[in-house]
Design a protein around this ligand. Structure first.
Ligand SMILES: [Zn+2]
Ligand SMILES: [Zn+2]
Length: 201
C-alpha cells in the first residue's frame, strides 16, 4: 500500500510548504493523487489537473474537459471525502480517472460500453454513488439547533449515538435509517432496528 514517504511527498507537492497546517483539501488531494498513480490506466498525468469542491452536495466527483487546452480536471467533493469511507472514495477517484482517460484519448466521455468495461476492470462504479440518498441521516434532538449530518456506512456515530453529541450544540442526536424511516438514539435501538428490518437493512 501507500508508503508514508510517498504520502508526505504528495502533501508537499500539494501544499507547497510543509510548515502550513494541512487542510482537509490538502489531505484529500494528496490521497487521491497517490491512489491515482497506483491505478493501471494510461492517463497523461501532465494533462490532468485536480480540484476540490467545498460546495458540492449532490455529487462525489466530476471530470471536466478543457477542449482548447486538452486538459482534464478531476473535481472531488470535500463532503464526499468526509462522508465516505476511503474505499468508497477511492472508487470515485477511479471512476473519474476513467473519464479523464476517455477525454484525453477520444475527446469525449460518457458511461457507455467502453466506460463500463474499463470500470469493471478497475473495480470502479459505473455510476458514482449518489450523494442525495445517504444511508443514514443524523439530526439534533434540540429543536432550536439546525445541525444535521449524513452517513453512508454504519460508523460508530451511527451505531452508538449515545457516545457522541450533536456537532452544533452538544445535545443528543437522532439517527434515521433513510430507506425505512426507522430511528434510534442509542446502540440498543440501532440493534433493534437492524434486527427488525432483517433483509431490508
Ligand atoms: Zn461518471
Ligand atoms: Zn444541536
Amino acid at each position: 500500500m501507500t508508503t508514508r514517504s510517498a504520502f508526505v511527498w504528495a502533501l508537499e507537492t500539494v501544499s507547497g510548504d510543509t510548515t502550513d497546517p494541512l487542510t482537509v483539501d490538502d489531505e484529500l488531494l494528496a490521497r487521491a493523487r497517490i491512489h491515482a498513480r497506483e491505478v493501471p490506466i494510461d492517463v497523461d498525468w501532465d494533462a490532468l489537473e485536480w480540484a476540490v469542491s467545498a460546495r458540492a452536495k449532490r455529487w462525489a466527483g466530476r471530470c471536466q474537459w478543457d477542449r482548447r487546452r486538452e486538459v482534464a480536471t478531476i473535481v472531488l467533493s470535500r463532503q464526499a471525502y468526509e462522508t465516505y469511507d476511503w474505499e468508497t472514495f477511492a472508487a470515485v477517484v477511479r471512476h473519474e480517472l476513467i473519464h479523464a482517460w476517455e477525454f484525453q484519448r477520444y475527446g469525449k466521455s460518457g458511461h457507455g460500453t467502453r466506460f463500463r468495461e474499463k470500470a469493471a476492470a478497475l473495480e470502479a462504479p459505473r455510476h458514482c454513488p449518489s450523494f442525495s440518498t445517504p444511508r443514514y441521516r443524523l439530526w439534533c434532538s434540540n429543536d432550536d439547533c439546525t445541525w444535521g449530518a449524513r452517513r453512508h456506512r454504519a460508523s460508530p456515530p451511527v451505531t452508538t449515538p449515545e457516545r457522541y453529541q450533536c456537532g452544533g450544540c452538544g445535545a443528543d442526536y437522532v439517527v434515521e435509517h433513510v430507506a425505512s424511516g426507522r430511528r434510534w438514539t442509542c446502540s440498543s435501538g440501532y440493534g433493534g432496528v437492524k434486527a427488525a428490518l432483517g433483509e431490508e437493512w
